[in-house]
Design a protein around this ligand. Structure first.
Ligand code: MG
Length: 392
């Protein structure tokens, strides 16, 4: 058992009267790309040019209040099978029609109707959260307090992309620390992991919290990869995230026996059952919880509670969320069992974000206190948006 107790059961909320559901797509210019083992620049390359992310939002207009949620699916299916255009299609053709046919205005009751669609957790999560956001705004409740957050601020971690040159990594780390991050999570890939992390460790000192995320790029079938993982084991990482392929649970369990660095899983943790299996196998010693990847914020609370029961450390991971998606993640990061720093890089990701990104004070970010997620897109930022109503 963990040292903290799980939050109390979720309180039912009064259903709202949903009048319209829209899919809103808005292009945002990225000023700080995050390269990973799947998408990173070639060896020796410098940081890629800024690019644009088509941000997909679900907008629920209810008689009592509006609700907003960001779908975190990325443009390409390189992190997860979901991608923005696919999420748009599955929401339009399958998920929203099921919501209209079911208890449209009650997120807690909606789940079983949405679950008849297999997969697509990020699309599902966005629809459920938009309804929940409208309900919470109507009830003047914050998502964080409804989920059971204690109100304590959350330690801010930063994610550092895969850099071509060691100096670029060190500069990125320095900038993140200067901006107030207290934990650095570094994207790594075979041949570019141990040397870089050892250099970073030397640069930031022994006390700095460092994690590495390989996004499944290593394989135990290559002796050179195993050798590099052993060298990475000497860096003093708080955890090594997803060294092997997403479905290689046995490989992760074997690696956990070899390395002293705790193994954290990310990509395969798509449900409570998947997390329990991975933990039971010894493949997962630390959980990266992404609410959208487990199908929503209600499921994330269940995952949180179970991780507390199992005594598994947990932290809330982020993707390329705007300020709208960040605020929702922050509500889960504020739960009492989410004890490790969350992905809350204080540095701007977008040229003009949809909502403000909170600034840490002494390394800590306060929870949103406004109703719902506490963040909605600035209407001025939606002038270029493509709006697709999905009628009942
Ligand atoms: Mg990851």
């Amino acid at each position: 058992m963990g040292a903290v107790t799980a939050a109390p059961p979720l309180e039912p909320l009064v259903a709202v009267d949903v009048e319209a559901i829209e899919l809103v797509t808005v292009p945002l210019r990225i000023v700080r790309p995050l390269h990973t083992a799947g998408t990173g620049p070639a060896e020796g390359a410098t940081q890629a040019e800024s690019s644009v992310r088509e941000v997909l939002l679900v907008h629920v207009r209810a008689r009592e209040a509006e609700g907003w949620a960001e779908c975190v699916a990325e443009a390409s299916p390189t992190y997860a099978p979901e991608f923005t255009e696919g999420a748009h299609a599955v929401l339009r053709r399958h998920l929203i029609p099921r919501a209209w046919a079911g208890p449209t205005g009650d997120a807690l009751a909606l789940g079983s109707h949405l679950d008849t669609v297999r997969g697509h957790p990020m699309a599902r999560a966005a629809l459920e959260l938009a309804v929940l956001d409208a309900q919470l705004r109507a009830a003047d409740r914050s998502l964080a307090s409804w989920l059971g957050a204690t109100g304590a601020p959350v330690a801010a971690g930063a994610a550092l992309g895969l850099h071509g040159a060691v100096d670029d990594l060190l500069a990125d780390a320095e900038a993140a620390l200067q901006a107030g991050a207290v934990r650095l999570r570094v994207k790594v890939a075979p041949g570019r992991a141990a040397e870089r992390l050892l250099a970073l460790r030397a640069h930031v000192g022994h006390d700095a919290l460092l994690q590495a995320d390989a996004n499944g790029s290593f394989t135990l079938h290559d002796p050179a990869h195993l050798d590099e993982l052993r060298r990475l084991d000497r860096v003093g990482l708080t955890c090594l995230e997803q060294p092997l392929a997403s479905d290689d649970l046995l490989g992760h369990a074997r690696l956990a026996d070899v390395l002293s660095t705790p193994i954290c899983l990310d990509e395969p943790l798509t449900s409570l059952a998947a997390i329990e299996a991975a933990v039971h196998l010894g493949a997962c010693e630390v959980v990266c919880l992404k609410p959208a990847r487990v199908g929503g914020w209600i499921a994330a609370r269940q995952v949180h509670d179970r991780c507390v029961e199992l005594g598994v450390p947990m932290w809330v991971g982020g993707m390329l969320e705007t300020g709208v998606g960040r605020a929702a993640n922050l509500a889960v990061a504020g739960l009492p069992g989410a004890t490790w720093p969350a992905d809350l890089d204080p540095r701007p990701r977008y040229e003009a974000d949809l909502a403000p990104v909170p600034t840490p004070v002494d390394g800590l970010v306060g929870l949103p206190t406004g109703p719902g997620t506490g963040a909605a897109p600035d209407p001025a930022r939606l002038s270029d948006a493509d709006v697709v109503p999905v009628p009942a």
